[in-house]
Design a protein around this ligand. Structure first.
Ligand SMILES: C[S@@+](CC[C@H](N)C(=O)[O-])C[C@H]1O[C@@H](n2cnc3c(N)ncnc32)[C@H](O)[C@@H]1O
Length: 275
């Protein structure tokens, strides 16, 4: 059987960013499926998974899940794999809403449902709407939402639509306490890792020539949804730490515009308050 050391070397040679971690995670996945002694079949499954990872299939597509804050979410082909940095945006909103007994929240561009489902889990009084345009992603979000509902979380309302369309959630205009979005924000011409280029849906990643085409429309939509004093949080690329706050300011309806850095000190998300 391929050892973890051999698997680590294979993945490192293939350019995988965290070879040891991935080699161990794949072994844990095979062991979990084995529920006992590893057979030859499990050993060859491990070798097969290591080869797929060396071909730059995302680790989470091979294991079928990813952790996001307190949740384990199902992911796979057709949906953006939630990233650890987005936990910060969700955490900022949860901290800001914790004192509110029954906040009304919208997650625009919901993907697998990571942000929306975390809000519903960590803020039990919240009413959460999630809007996602891609039917494949919606199917994953529905699966995750069903699992969270079965686990006792309050159901979220999931809508398949263009989140920037003024007709979508129009009955909530002027009443929402927080709008969160991790939109597609990568400039169209940017070079991305093979895992992203070949396995994340393009609609989840690319946002026009400067990356902000969808974002600008979402900021305008958020301004209409939010009540005065309502919170906006928008994730962005690390090179957009000035551009994103400028885009929020350009809308003209927000105050207290701030940019936030991640644990590596990189600009990561912009927040603002509806004036
Ligand atoms: C970067 S992913 C984020 C997904 C999820 N919120 C997360 O953090 O893991 C962006 C998501 O926005 C969706 N999307 C792109 N344009 C959209 C639009 N106009 N309206 C709604 N969803 C959109 C994509 O399909 C994708 O699922």
């Amino acid at each position: 059987m391929t050892s973890v050391r051999e698997a680590t070397e294979r993945l490192a040679a293939a350019g995988v960013a965290s070879p040891r971690y991935d080699a161990e995670a794949l072994l844990a996945h095979v062991r979990g499926a084995a529920r006992g002694a590893l057979t030859d079949e499990h050993a060859s499954r491990y070798t097969e998974l290591v080869e797929l990872r060396a071909a730059r299939v995302p680790l989470q597509h091979l294991t079928g899940t990813t952790g996001f804050r307190y949740l384990e979410l199902a992911v796979g082909p057709g949906v953006f794999v939630p990233r650890p940095e987005t936990e910060l945006l969700a955490g900022w909103a949860i901290d800001g809403l914790r004192a509110h007994p029954a906040p009304l929240v919208a997650d625009l561009c919901a993907g697998s449902g990571a942000i929306a489902l975390s809000l519903a889990h960590e803020l039990p009084g919240a009413t959460v709407y999630a809007v996602e345009i891609d039917p494949h992603a919606v199917a994953w979000a529905q699966r995750n939402a069903a699992a969270r509902r079965a686990a006792g979380d309050r159901p979220i309302t999931l809508i398949q639509a263009d989140a920037a369309d003024p007709a979508v959630l129009a009955d909530l205009d002027g009443t929402v306490d927080a709008v969160l979005t991790n939109p597609p924000y990568v400039p169209d011409q940017a070079v991305v890792a093979p895992e992203v280029a070949q396995h994340d849906p393009p609609v989840a990643i690319f946002g026009g020539p400067d990356g902000l085409v969808v974002v600008r429309r979402l900021i305008a939509r958020a301004a209409n949804l939010l009540r005065p004093g309502g919170l906006l949080g928008v994730e962005h690329a690390d090179l957009q730490g000035d551009l994103l706050p400028e885009a929020v300011a350009a809308d003209g309806r927000f105050a207290a515009i701030e940019d936030h850095r991640d644990l590596n000190g990189r600009p990561r998300f912009t927040t603002a308050v509806r004036a």
